[in-house]
Design a protein around this ligand. Structure first.
Ligand SMILES: [Zn+2]
Length: 422
């Protein structure tokens, strides 16, 4: 048994926000009450700390199989635990891609060894060919939790429609990375700074919101559920809001970097600030925050994208791969740029990092209740934290190194076991 004493217990599902004790046994929460007097072997003093549901991240890249010099499922899971996450969903752009049952089972076998819950989507199209759908039914039965070709946007509207129809039939959904290559220049650089500073054609806004507009309207027509990944443009928020307004089943996520920073970060942080979609303008940053506040965007997801330093530190920044390691800074970015900034309450932030993403996938996670799972994150919401380059992830490609942010994870507990402590 494990007893967590005197923490500020916050549960976005029930609205509970009270100093309480939490008693854990056999992977379950067995009691939440103002004072639990029980003789137990292990007591955690959570005085002054927040006791929240284990964080849930539905968008991570763990690079296994194929690119394990960047990250593997084990180090990815350690990074997740260090960031306060107890459930993650891996993307399928591995090498080979997770497009068949054999590769899926290989990934799930590694995932099952981890102390946190590591789940994965499968690809929408076979080996990302953009043309032929994978066998959704068989992949779901084998343990895939959803479908995404994240990293390679779907160009064919016919394929998008077929995928949505198939997903609807099977009571699941597809997740889409929205950047139309036909409308884009060099990825990872927002069009403004690309032109002014790097003298290249960068990643345009229209490449994101135009294809998004197409896809949400296909979702409207097919009555399928589509989830929009990491939207970054002001217009994209409006597109999603419009689609939701006419009754389309559209949900959306934003990555912490997009509500925290703008394209200017490229000038100081170089390739570590290069990502797809890119960091945008201040007006876009404001718009995604407004989308979080209004409820148009219900989920915060990291797009944790580790890369090796040698790959990021190439002389020609346009050749560096896109993406940043994100699991170990996500909570702090939310606390700093949303809660401290007065944009969201702490409960609203937690809802978007726990209950909402879990609900999207019907996971038994993201809430604190008696008889519920003992997946718990305990953190200091007020502590100042200087981000350094020591991560549990194999990678350190974070543009936030050297920055002082709010918040420090103290304990991550998954299935009743302490899986991280600081
Ligand atoms: Zn993506």
């Amino acid at each position: 048994m494990l007893l967590i004493k005197n923490g500020r217990v916050m549960d976005p599902k029930s609205g509970l926000d009270q100093v309480c004790d939490v008693l854990v046994q056999d992977g379950k929460i067995i009691k939440i009450a103002p004072e639990i007097k029980e003789e137990v072997a292990e007591v955690l003093d959570a005085t002054g700390l927040v006791v929240a549901p284990g964080l849930v991240d539905i968008h991570v890249h763990f690079r296994e199989p194929g690119q394990t010099h960047k990250e593997d499922i084990h180090t990815g899971a350690l990074a997740a635990a260090a960031g306060g996450f107890t459930t993650v969903v891996m993307m399928a752009n591995t090498s080979p891609t997770i497009s068949d049952v054999e590769t899926l089972q290989e990934a799930l076998k590694s995932a099952a060894k981890e102390k946190i819950n590591v789940k994965t989507v499968a690809t929408i199209t076979k080996n990302f060919n953009g043309q032929d759908l994978t066998d959704f039914r068989t992949l779901l039965e084998a343990g895939a939790v959803g479908f995404s070709d994240d990293g390679i946007p779907l160009e064919s509207s016919k394929v998008v429609k077929e995928a949505m129809e198939e997903a609807k039939k099977l009571n699941t959904f597809i997740s889409l990375h929205e950047e139309d290559p036909g409308l884009n220049g060099i990825l990872g650089f927002n069009e403004n700074i690309a032109k002014e500073h790097f003298h290249i054609c960068g990643a345009t806004g229209v490449a994101e919101y135009a294809v998004m507009a197409r896809d949400v309207m296909i979702a409207y027509a097919t009555k399928a559920h589509v989830h929009i990944q990491h939207l970054s443009k002001e217009e994209s928020v409006k597109v999603v809001e419009f689609a939701q307004g006419i009754g389309a089943q559209v949900t959306a996520e934003v990555a912490p970097q997009h509500f925290s920073k703008t394209e200017a970060l490229l000038l100081t942080q170089g390739s570590n600030a290069k990502m797809n979609p890119p960091l945008r303008l201040e007006s876009d940053r404001r718009a995604v925050i407004e989308g979080l506040k209004s409820g148009v965007i219900t989920v915060i997801a990291t797009d944790h994208a580790p890369h090796h330093a040698d790959e990021k530190n190439v002389e020609d920044i346009t050749k560096a791969p896109s993406g940043m390691t994100g699991l170990e800074t996500s909570l702090s970015l939310g606390l700093t740029f949303l809660v401290e900034a007065g944009e969201l309450s702490l409960m609203e932030l937690l809802e978007k990092m726990t209950y909402n993403p879990a609900k999207l996938y019907n996971f038994e996670a993201g809430y604190l209740t008696e008889n519920g799972p003992a997946d718990i994150t305990i953190f200091d919401a007020k502590a100042d934290r200087l981000v350094d380059s020591h991560f549990a992830s194999k990678a350190a490609n974070s543009p936030f190194i050297g920055e002082t942010l709010k918040g420090q994870v103290k304990y991550t507990i998954c299935k009743g076991q302490i899986v991280y402590q600081n």
